[in-house]
Each structure stands twice: as structure tokens, then as C-alpha cells.
Design a protein around this ligand. Structure first.
Ligand code: GLY
Length: 259
């Protein structure tokens, strides 16, 4: 990360509507919204402590999944791509996010009928790994390539078989390493990177995010944290237990970029 530049983290608080969120791999459980909000505030505080300027978008009380801002925008060095989420209920999340990102990047839009969720897009340098999932289809991958290729990015599809998004099973943890759960994605598609397997018993631990040089991981995966620390990573943990009932991962609640 270039330390002379600012780091912005776009977030949005959850609302009572989270009780009606989309669920794909989980059964619905009651969500304590006060607790989810408290965990979200602590998540934002962690990003701020690590040096990000947190830009909290207004709540969207009619849009259950609007807290998961990552899915509607992919911010690259010179362009912000507004996606077309695979879940129709999520498409109205885009307008306010696009308006906010206009202050930082030129904005381009994935065109209908393509489907692309930002949670399926993992940027490693100039490579965009993109999950082919229940939320992202071949047309969405083609749209990502159409918009990103002129800026020098290469797009590489990855089959997602056991989880919601590519980043549910694979995240960049610095120094050329990807933390990965090979049971949920076709890991052969990312094997050019140095792969670090999540320890047995912690399949959900592969979703992390980086702020500066620090890996932010969810509480509850001690073997993964110990593994990352042995690999020289600095790790911060945040409690996401209530938000996880809405099929959340740490990465999906922010869009982080330099300005
Ligand atoms: N609840 C997160 C999603 O399904 O998009």
C-alpha cells in the first residue's frame, strides 16, 4: 500500500430489514439487530484503527442486504464498477453506492442481463479472479472483463461450488498468499498464487480482508489466526457472530480502496 495515499472504507449499517436477508447456504435464524449493529460499529472502528477513513453510507431500511456493500461495487485503481447483483432483491442497493463512489473514480456499470456480485471478485495485483457462482454468471464475468481489461486487468474465472461467493472461500492475505478453502472452489484456478489452506475444522475462516498490512479475520478461528501469524502476518479479529447469521463475511461489509 502506498502510505502517502488515503485509504477509504465504504460501509453501511444494517437495519431491522436484515431479518429478511437473502440466504443460500444457511437456514434462517432470528437476528438480534441491536447486537448486529454493535458488531458492525466495532467492525468500522477496527477499520478506522487500522488507518481507513470510514465512509458510512445512509442505512437502507427497505433493502435487507444493503449492509453487504462489497457486492455492488468493485473499485479498481482507475474505475469503479457497479455490479448487477445476482439476487434481484439487491439491485436497488446500487444507486446510493454509485453516487458515493463518483467522488473517487469514474463509474461504469455492468449491463443487464449479466449477473455479477462483488463478493465474487478477488483482485490480486492486475489479476481479477472471479467466481462463477449462483450470483455471478458467464455474462457477468464477460462484463467484468469488458470494463476492466482496458485498464490492464486480466480476468480469471474460478468455479465456486460450496459457498456463496469466491471470497467466502478465498482471500488475499499479503505477500502473494491466498488463504483458501479448497473444498468450496476450484483451487486449480488460483494455483499461480501461493495457497495457504485453512486448517481443518475452520472452513469459514478463508474470508478475511486486508487493511494496509493487517489481515482482519472473524473471531472464532484460532487455528487460522495462529497459522497466519506463523506466516508473519499481523492479524486483528472482529466479532461477526450475529452478522454471520445473514451469510456475512468480514470482507463483504466494506469496499476498501486508496485515493
Ligand atoms: N445475505 C447475503 C446475500 O445473500 O447476499
Amino acid at each position: 500500500m502506498n502510505r502517502s495515499r488515503r485509504v477509504v472504507a465504504v460501509t453501511r449499517p444494517p437495519t431491522e430489514a436484515l431479518a429478511r436477508c437473502e440466504l443460500t447456504h444457511l437456514d434462517r435464524q432470528p437476528i438480534d439487530i441491536a447486537l448486529a449493529l454493535a458488531q458492525h460499529r466495532a467492525y468500522e472502528a477496527c477499520l478506522a484503527r487500522l488507518g481507513a477513513e470510514v465512509m458510512s453510507l445512509p442505512p437502507e431500511p427497505d433493502l435487507p442486504d444493503a449492509v453487504f456493500v462489497e457486492d455492488v461495487a468493485v473499485v479498481l485503481d482507475r474505475v469503479a464498477i457497479i455490479t448487477r447483483p445476482g439476487a434481484p432483491s439487491r439491485r436497488r442497493e446500487r444507486a446510493s453506492t454509485a453516487a458515493a463512489l463518483k467522488a473517487f473514480r469514474s463509474v461504469q456499470h455492468v449491463a443487464a442481463p449479466a449477473m455479477l456480485d462483488g463478493g465474487d471478485v478477488l483482485c490480486v495485483g492486475k489479476v481479477l479472479y472471479v467466481g462463477r457462482s449462483t450470483r455471478t454468471d458467464a455474462a457477468g464475468i464477460a462484463e467484468l472483463e469488458r470494463i476492466a481489461a482496458p485498464f490492464g486487468y486480466v480476468v480469471r474465472p474460478v468455479a465456486v461450488t460450496g459457498c456463496l461467493h469466491l471470497k467466502s472461500a478465498c482471500s488475499y492475505v499479503g505477500d502473494g498468499m491466498l488463504l483458501v478453502n479448497r473444498n468450496w472452489i476450484d483451487a486449480a484456478a488460483v494455483q499461480e498464487e501461493q495457497l495457504v489452506d485453512v486448517p481443518p475444522g475452520e472452513p469459514h475462516a478463508a474470508n478475511t480482508l486486508m487493511v494496509g498490512d493487517t489481515v482482519v479475520a472473524a473471531v472464532g478461528f484460532p487455528r487460522t489466526v495462529a497459522l497466519l501469524e506463523r506466516l508473519g502476518r499481523t492479524v486483528e479479529t472482529v466479532e461477526l457472530s450475529e452478522l454471520r447469521k445473514a451469510e456475512a463475511g468480514g470482507s463483504c461489509m466494506s469496499v476498501i480502496f486508496e485515493v
